[in-house]
Design a protein around this ligand. Structure first.
Ligand code: NAD
Length: 360
């Protein structure tokens, strides 16, 4: 059975790195890669070759592989080239667009969407969303530091004392917690907001303070995700965010509610009153952003405030992001492939959740 790696058209990452070859071979899979697939993440064809992964054309990967892997979904035209009964593994985010699944059903292939892996302890090693979010949280702080015209730590010099930078993190999930840890390491004073009760302890354990807004909707039973808050709650939260934002220098915005538009937490009014020179990095940009002025995949300046809208910051750490992505895929394949054969055992909760379309 052949597994084929595609070169990403819009990302620098690659879905499977050369060092994963050993584990794939242990599953009795033969591996091919599209030539140049890993180049942008530091894995040239020669590294794949050293691991007995042959570089071939894109068309060969599409038409001869039994399992095809890519990070971003391929086009409809390319979907038609996949072998009948093949397994295609990618990230379709069906919770953002419910029509994705019905569109896939017209193809005679099995489709796994890695972003549908449940957030359970057992599935943690396959959780691509967490891997990418923690890298994005780290990179968001570096990005903010780069755009910022001051430094993060307090410094006492003969020429005067420099106060520490104040960082506010909106949403203390996977990305937010990593942003808090990174900002703390750089010497900033950090505070964070989240609606989930569980987040408070995690924030405080990283040495940041937690800003509480009373009256959050109960999120028990939401699988670790946040739930939609009432307009009354959000209005109260926006007012508190504004109060804190005027004292902050950096905002790292990561607040999301799965399957919905990101909550608006930093209003136009807030930005119009913030200190010029402040920086906002909005990781929720692709789902509308937490900040009123955010433009997805763009960096803009409003009222002297730099606003970076980017939900794919892990792609700027393409080497490590590819390695983690690859590890997640291999861990998933280990429950899916037995002795070189794909077993779509839907009694397994992880496989059942991730398999979003089946070959007829
Ligand atoms: P996410 O990207 O969907 O959301 C980011 C954060 O925004 C979340 O912490 C959420 O509570 C918060 N948020 C939503 N609305 C908000 C608002 N109005 N104000 C402030 N914050 C708001 O979530 P995520 O980071 O992918 O995951 C969230 C949580 O899920 C994790 O912290 C963890 O507890 C759990 N999780 C569990 C596993 C596992 O067990 N395998 C894996 C990953 C995540």
């Amino acid at each position: 059975m052949i597994i084929g790696i595609l070169k990403e058209q819009q990302f620098n990452r690659v879905s499977i790195v050369p060092s994963s070859a050993k584990k794939l071979k242990a599953l009795k899979l033969e591996i091919i890669t599209e030539s140049g697939a890993g180049l942008q993440s530091g894995f040239g064809d020669h590294l794949y070759d050293e691991n007995e992964i042959k570089a071939v054309s894109r068309d060969t990967v599409l038409t001869t592989s039994d399992i095809v892997v890519s990070i971003a979904p391929i086009s409809d035209e390319e979907m038609q080239k996949l072998k009948k009964g093949a397994l295609y593994i990618s990230m379709f985010a069906p919770y953002q667009d419910p029509e994705v699944v019905s569109k896939l059903q017209k193809y005679p292939i099995n489709v796994v969407s890695m972003d549908m892996i449940p957030r359970t302890t057992l599935a943690q090693s396959m959780d691509i969303l967490s891997s990418m979010a923690s890298l994005a949280g780290y990179k968001a702080v570096l990005k903010a530091a780069d755009h910022y015209n001051n430094m993060f730590p307090m410094m006492m010099t003969a020429a005067g004392t420099i106060p520490p930078t104040k960082v506010m993190v909106l949403g203390a999930g996977v990305a937010g917690l990593q942003a808090i840890a990174t900002a703390k390491r750089l010497g900033a004073v950090v505070e964070a907001f989240d609606t989930r009760a569980a987040a408070k302890e995690e924030v405080m354990s990283l040495g940041a303070s937690f800003v509480e807004v009373e009256g959050a909707a109960d999120d028990r039973g939401a699988g670790g995700y946040a739930v939609q808050q009432s307009e009354e709650y959000l209005a109260k939260q926006r007012a508190l965010v504004q109060e804190r934002a005027l004292k902050s220098n950096i905002i790292i915005a990561t607040a999301q509610v799965r399957g919905r538009k990101a909550p608006l937490l930093v209003t136009e009014e807030t930005i119009n009153h913030m200190k010029p020179g402040s920086v906002i990095v909005d990781l929720a940009a692709s789902t509308g952003g937490n900040c009123a002025y955010t433009e997805n995949a763009k960096t803009i300046v409003k009222n002297g405030i730099t606003i970076v809208g980017n939900s794919d910051l892990s792609d700027e750490l393409s080497g490590v992001a590819s390695t983690l992505f690859s590890n997640n895929i291999i861990n998933f394949l280990q429950i899916l492939v037995k002795e070189g054969n794909i077993e779509l055992n839907e009694e397994n909760e992880i496989i059942k959740s991730a398999l979003i379309s089946k070959a007829n």
